[in-house]
Each structure stands twice: as C-alpha cells, then as structure tokens.
Design a binder for this molecule. Structure first.
Ligand SMILES: [Zn+2]
Ligand SMILES: [Zn+2]
Length: 144
C-alpha cells in the first residue's frame, strides 16, 4: 500500500427527492444544521419543522435525470428548489449568500447534521419541544 501525498478526498454526499428525478451531490463540512418552524416551512413541508443543513453553494451539483429543481421564491430574496415531479423540498438559497441550505432529510447520509438550534421555536407546536428535549433527569418510560 502506497501512502500518497494527496489530500484525502472530500466526502461527497448525495441527496435526492422522493421519486429520484432530482438528485444532488455536495461535499464539504455541513454548516449550521438547524430546525426551523417558521410558517413558510411548516406550510411547505406539511410538518412541524424542517431540518436545514448548509453547504457552500459552489460545492453542490445537480446530477439527477431531472437536472435542477423547480424554483419558488417564498420571499423576493429567498428561493426554494423542489422536484417538479414529486414535490419534495430539497434546497433553499438566499440572494447574496455563498451557502445553500439543503433539507436534512433529503440527504442519504445525515452524519454530522444533528441540529444545533431551532429557529422560530416560539411558533413550534408545544409537543415539538417535548419530543426534541426529553428531560434527562426524569426516568424514561419503561415502554412506549
Ligand atoms: Zn422527485
Ligand atoms: Zn424557516
């Protein structure tokens, strides 16, 4: 085995929509993984929060048969990419930002993406907080 001098290959992650038409590859360290419960994202996802994970915009490539997602601007400066066939939300990009946020659950490998915070937590449903932060000082229920 030869020990090379090359840098280790950056870890390439893949992410995709439900139907598989819209697929991306991204590398680099995940940045600021967080949950958001703002009204746009609960509406667009149909769920109580979305997990967002940032990567450098220039490190993401669209590699699926459908190419780029379809874009919807939920704010004049905020653009959301989704699969036009199955509707999966995949990314959001703010004007002027070097980062692209991907939906954490579109990633095939979510290592290193545990959320560090929860945006718009005050708009989250109360049971969301309970699910996210069980009290470590209370005994766990014996069974579900
Ligand atoms: Zn799709
Ligand atoms: Zn949000």
């Amino acid at each position: 085995m030869v020990v090379g001098t090359a840098e280790p290959k950056p870890k390439v992650r893949t992410g995709r929509c439900l139907c598989g038409d819209t697929v991306y590859e991204v590398d680099g360290a995940p940045d600021d993984p967080h949950l958001c419960s703002c009204r746009h994202e609960t509406r667009v996802s149909g769920g109580p929060a979305v997990l967002w994970v940032g990567f450098r915009k220039d490190r993401l490539r669209w590699v699926g048969p459908g190419g780029e997602p379809t874009w919807y601007s939920s704010w004049p400066t905020l653009h959301r990419g989704f699969c036009p066939r199955c509707g999966s939300q995949l990314v959001s990009v703010a004007d002027g930002s070097d980062m692209i946020m991907v939906t954490g659950f579109s990633l095939d490998d979510r290592s290193g993406t545990d959320p560090v915070g929860h945006s718009y937590r005050e708009e989250a449903v109360p049971w969301m907080t309970i699910a996210l932060a069980p009290d470590p000082f209370r005994p766990q229920p014996a069974s579900m």
